[in-house]
Write a protein that binds this ligand. Structure first.
Ligand SMILES: *Cc1c(COP(=O)(O)O)cnc(C)c1O
Length: 372
């Protein structure tokens, strides 16, 4: 039995009517840019995340870029980011001309280690981008405290964590901004590239809406140089159609995680040091990815792939070892926790439509590899 890492066709089949109706409505209107769906989507996402405002944008990567632009963060400025995340977190900082400053992660949640942030702060620090990796929020209290003490901004990279909670607060509602992605593999995906930025500050929200439109509020009156960072009506319509299902999907992901834990115990994979489970520290984990830490990771990846069991490595390289960041002068050994995570972690299928049989097949195959 083959098990994909993600089965978007199964999701589409289950809500085909809703999606097709929403999409054809946009076609009937032909309002592909700034259609009414964009505003509706912004209101719905702001309400879902517990924020006052939201601005639809062209992608999760651009959500980070436009936020930095709106704050005029650029050349000569520093932005603190975890050393371990999807590339865009650090890439966005460089795209606006600023310098990313990396900080090591925690070994259990893979999120930024709050104890290691203070030594990375300088007079040039303008912002921190904590990432809520894999569906679980970073430890926000100490981050917000440091930001207040040293006067810099908190830009949450919540691309993988829509609906996740920390002490009852939703991802994207705790910092000055929350950046989300509607990339199809996220828990709430659109029909291509899309994203959104949440904020509780009206002035900031207005700035974002101006920057995404080449810096103009009134046509041809450009106040700043922004860009084309708009969210298409089609994508907004798809997000709106899917949003009512999101909590159900996140619940399914959570019960899949619980099922995996039982199966892993059942197959005697625990307690012998070859495998460790994801650690849940915060109040709501939405399991965008289910991450195991394993021995002989690369061999296991090959073994599973040969047997058509979907798996992936998120991420094989920490930022500081990437070629494009060599100019920053970091070296191997600088961030041992993220280096180790890059060598030992594997993502296995956790999507909502995963069946009992498929889940068992995944764990049975892993047990077979370790001869448990
Ligand atoms: C997906 C992702 C992004 C970028 O989102 P895109 O919509 O693909 O541009 C940024 N940060 C993190 C942590 C992500 O997982």
């Amino acid at each position: 039995m083959s098990v994909p890492l993600l089965d978007l066709k199964a999701q589409y089949q289950s809500i085909k009517q809703d999606i097709d109706t929403a999409v054809s409505k946009v076609f009937e209107s032909q309002l592909f840019i700034n259609g009414p769906e964009v505003k509706q989507c912004e209101l719905a996402i702001a309400s879902y995340c517990g924020t006052k405002y939201a601005t639809g944008v062209s992608s999760g990567s651009d959500a980070l870029v436009i936020t930095l632009m709106a704050e005029q963060i650029g050349f000569g400025d520093e932005v603190i980011v975890p050393d371990y995340s999807f590339f865009a977190t650090a890439g966005a900082v460089v795209r606006v001309g600023a310098k990313p400053v990396f900080v090591d992660i925690l070994p259990d949640t893979y999120n930024i280690d709050p104890a290691k942030i203070e030594s990375a702060i300088t007079e040039k620090t303008k912002a921190i981008i904590p990432v809520h990796l894999f569906g679980q929020m970073a430890d926000m209290d100490p981050i917000l405290e440091l930001a207040e003490k040293y006067h810099f901004l908190v830009i949450e990279d919540a691309a993988q964590s829509i609906g996740a909670e920390y002490k009852g607060c939703r991802a994207g509602s705790m910092g000055h901004y929350g950046c989300f992605s509607f990339f199809p593999s996220k828990n709430l995906g659109c029909a291509g590239d899309g994203g959104i930025v949440t904020t509780n500050d009206e002035t900031r929200d207005e700035l974002l809406k101006t920057y995404r439109n080449h810096g103009s509020k009134i046509k041809y009156h450009h106040i700043f140089v922004g860009g084309n960072f708009r969210l298409d009506s089609i994508h907004a319509a798809v997000v709106l159609a899917k949003l009512p299902y999101l909590d159900g999907w996140s619940e399914k992901r959570k019960s899949n995680a619980e099922r995996y834990q039982k199966l892993i115990e059942q197959y005697h994979l625990l307690g012998n040091g070859i495998l460790s489970l994801p650690v849940i520290k915060e109040s709501r984990h939405i399991f965008n990815q289910y991450i195991l830490r394993v021995e002989r990771r690369d061999e296991l990846v090959n073994y599973l792939k040969q047997r058509s069991i979907g798996c992936e490595v998120y991420y094989p390289y920490p930022f500081h070892l990437l070629e494009c960041f060599q100019y920053l002068g970091y070296k191997e050994g600088d961030f041992p926790v993220s280096e180790q995570a890059a060598k030992e972690t594997i993502a296995i299928p956790i999507y909502p439509e995963l069946t009992d049989e498929q889940a068992e097949e995944v764990i049975r195959t892993i047990a077979e590899f370790y001869q448990c």
